[in-house]
Design a protein around this ligand. Sequence first.
Ligand SMILES: [Zn+2]
Length: 92
Amino acid sequence: MTEQHPARSCPNCHGGRKHLRPATLMTWLGDELITVPDFPAWVCDLCGHRTYDGEALAQLSMLLNPEAGTPIQPMTPPPEKTPPATTQPSAQ
Ligand SMILES: [Zn+2]
């Protein structure tokens, strides 16, 4: 199993490279401090600058926002009832 996470250049020091590694995310949800262990974060190997993974953050905000979890009902029409094929005896 190989990890396909290309290193990113650091926007802070412009010299280091950021690698994806698990970190503990701490964020405020209203008055509550939420800690998320093993959250994917990009950490610079030179200056230690840390940014959390954008996609993971988006997923987290979706999880934390109850309104975001509203399921979307697909507009699929009910299946039409097809009458069973009746074999009509051919009159001879
Ligand atoms: Zn850096």
